[in-house]
Design a protein around this ligand. Sequence first.
Ligand code: FAD
Length: 373
Amino acid sequence: MIQSFNAVIVGGGIVGTACARALSQHGLRIALVEQGEIGAGATAAAMGHIVVLDDSPAQLALTRYSQLLWKQIAGALPREAEYNQRGTLWVAADDEELENICRKHSAYNQAGIPSEVLDPQSIARLEPALRPGLAGGLWMPEDVVVSPQLAARFLLQEANVTLLRQKAKSMGSGKVLLGNGDELHAPILINAAGEGAPALTPGLPVAMRKGHLAITHPYPDFLHHQVVELGYLKSAHVTTTDTVAFNVQPRQNGQVLIGSSRQFGAKSREVEDGILARMFARAAEYLPSLPSLSIERTWTGFRSATPDKLPLIGPAGYDESVFLATGHEGLGITTSLATAQLLADLIAGRTTAIPIDPYLPTPDRLAANIPGA
Ligand SMILES: Cc1cc2nc3c(=O)[nH]c(=O)nc-3n(C[C@H](O)[C@H](O)[C@H](O)COP(=O)(O)OP(=O)(O)OC[C@H]3O[C@@H](n4cnc5c(N)ncnc54)[C@H](O)[C@@H]3O)c2cc1C
């Protein structure tokens, strides 16, 4: 069977569902192709931290723009999506990290993003379970936590789309071929297939970075904010060895989500006891009573990483019908709404709210080597 649409999106994760919502808001007839459950890929594995980061001006612009878009839909999200502006507390273990905190504070200040440098006493007041002796912290009051899979389902509900539960076998030349032999025809095809994106667009410079997470049983009042060590940013750049960093998040019911790890080249989805042990040991350096909490569940997920740590958003180049919305690595929940809005504006020929150029899949970006792939 052949069906025709204005646009076909492959991938029903947070990025694909956000694209479906943004495109359908402008009256396009959209099909969304998902081989499994909505949001069950990397989206379900994520912490759901909607966080502003400033590794580069382009990353800062995209994360902040997207965070503001999340804020706009916050009131419409169902309660189960647990949207909560908990804020992030970045903690510095030593003077070098404290210097970095002051640098970040001034960058955020210049960008008009609220942040506050905290002394050790203020940190202890905010999070009494943290070990004493930390050098200082940075408080980001506008960062948010959301339950990512439920948010993806909400975005899909908001979209006026035809959902096809099929595997896409190929996309190109205005056509998506489905596993059951059906064809979807459209002038715009969006590859938002996350881990599956390189199979549909061969040669994408995207590599998988495995991550582990664990969640405890409920311990109300143990933790109040997302707390992350500043060293997390350093560890996120390492591409030669497996890294772990202290990154914890209280859920609404008092469960504590414990992250996180980054592994390049790991293929198996298995939970690795060695990595978990390193993650827990790192977390206990900051939260000495953490080992007394009991763990309810552990899992892994794969982040799709690009060489320059920016997603690929825009025309794929090799085929005029194919657009990319992938490569969001550890920030896809945060940047999904901005990705979708940028793509929708680009396709409609509207001016984008922030310059789209840094995220466009230019020949140079597509030809770059992915370290550790
Ligand atoms: C451990 C961990 C923690 C994270 N924490 C955070 C966080 O706190 N904040 C944040 O912003 N980001 C976080 N991330 C990153 C975030 O999870 C991802 O960037 C984001 O989920 C990517 O969304 P996606 O829609 O591109 O991919 P996915 O959610 O993987 O969706 C892709 C979908 O495409 C479908 N698909 C693939 N191939 C095909 C095909 N051929 N046909 C049909 N369907 C197909 C898949 O079934 C899947 O549902 C984390 C990631 C990990 C692994």
